[in-house]
Design a protein around this ligand. Sequence first.
Ligand code: SF4
Length: 206
Amino acid sequence: MGEKTKIAVAPEIQVGGSLFSPEQFAIIGAITGTDAEIEMTPFKQLYVEVPLDRRDAVAEELKLAGLEVYPPGSTTKSLIACNFCKGAEEAGLEAARILNKAIAGIETPSPLKIGYAGCALGTSEPLLKDIGVVKMRNTFDIYVGGEPKGLKASIAKPLLTGLTEERLVPVITAIIDYYKENAKGKEKFGKFIDRITLDQLKQIAG
Ligand code: SF4
């Protein structure tokens, strides 16, 4: 048997949440083969094992079926969004999709999770993510440093409030770029913020 690799697969960001169609599941099963390992990750991506030499062809086929394909490992995960229960417009579906396109799959020192909630109820748990975006009426608040794992679990702290939709992508990408450029080795994002301080990150992002 040839060498295997993993790809991360997710449905598009949509009203209703992480919804796969039966056809999409059938295609995943059909093109990966009967002995492939398919793992459901805690960050709403499927890790799908595929033959290394067919990686690109499989990715193309999955994209044709309307799925999104990302690299696994130390990257920004695709946006962990809510179900947009308040409707596409009020919950900011378009803003979330644009943000996802800008940030998903960027190589980072340690895996980076970015959450998005369409209202302050925050049912996608944005304050437990490295970076959390919460839509508040017509603007967005940004939180950083959420850590759900371990005995030192912590809630993300507010970084910026009242951001317009246009500023979302520049601000989040500035934070990611700064993390990439200044992290020590594989330093986790939460530890990185503790070291550089929130005030400094505010200056970079603001
Ligand atoms: S965060 Fe708000 S808009 Fe999004 S699913 Fe939860 S309650 Fe609905």
